[in-house]
Design a protein around this ligand. Sequence first.
Ligand code: NAD
Length: 251
Amino acid sequence: RFALKNKTIVITGGARGLGLSFASALAEAGANIAAIDLDDSPPDELGKLQAIGVKAKYYTANVRDYDGLRNTIEEIAREFGSIDGCIPAAGIMRDKPFLEHTAKDINDVLGVNIVGVMYTVQHCAAQMVKQKTGGNIVCISSAAGHHGCAPMTCAAYVASKHAVLGLVKQVAGELAEHGIRCNSISPGIMRTDMLTKMFEATPGREELLTSGCMLKRVGEPDELHGAMLYLMSDASSYMTGNDILVNGGKL
Ligand code: NAD
């Protein structure tokens, strides 16, 4: 029930971090991977996935560009033959007090983390409906979408991640009749560029952030693989409009 052989999965933010880590796990389960990101050149890891017998291709696109993203997703559907899964994992964060958020900060964070997610989900779902094959969407919210992110200061990020949970609930209801499920994963503090750059810049930050977590440590990206394989496969066939919180236990 966890098998993903011959399924094509679109992953935004696929050049690094959680998106790239999901790509490896899903490819090991047999899925073909279409990774989308801003960078011009693909990560080496994506090329290595071909060696395990799946198709893996990289596409440069900005999730904030509605028409450009639709063209890319239509190109993926043509090149792979179908789109069966969608993971809108592209995301950004601005860690500064709410009163210091500029209009650009707010628009950039909401533009990628919720508007870009809506564009990605809509374009992928439109393909799935056209194919009449059903499909599976797994959005990436955050523990911040459940309980904020104090002691960090990232109001726009927290708002965007709450919005993702609302989107998932609504879209799941509307797409169920097409055999498309939509769920999310809410990771806690995971070791990717998004946070490690901040940890390096501010000594003591990592310890401060993990002090509110029962396991008292940062999570590794592969500790989300089980939740992703469950939600992306038939193993979770009776689950939609829901979220799995993987946060090391909130104190
Ligand atoms: P990351 O910074 O390592 O990777 C994010 C990727 O998104 C980058 O490759 C970046 O180029 C891409 N991206 C950003 N804006 C884009 C755009 N406009 N169009 C296309 N691609 C774009 O971050 P990550 O930690 O891997 O985060 C992935 C997702 O997981 C994000 O949605 C993030 O909010 C969420 N998340 C991360 C953590 C964590 O602790 N790392 C925790 C909870 C949720």
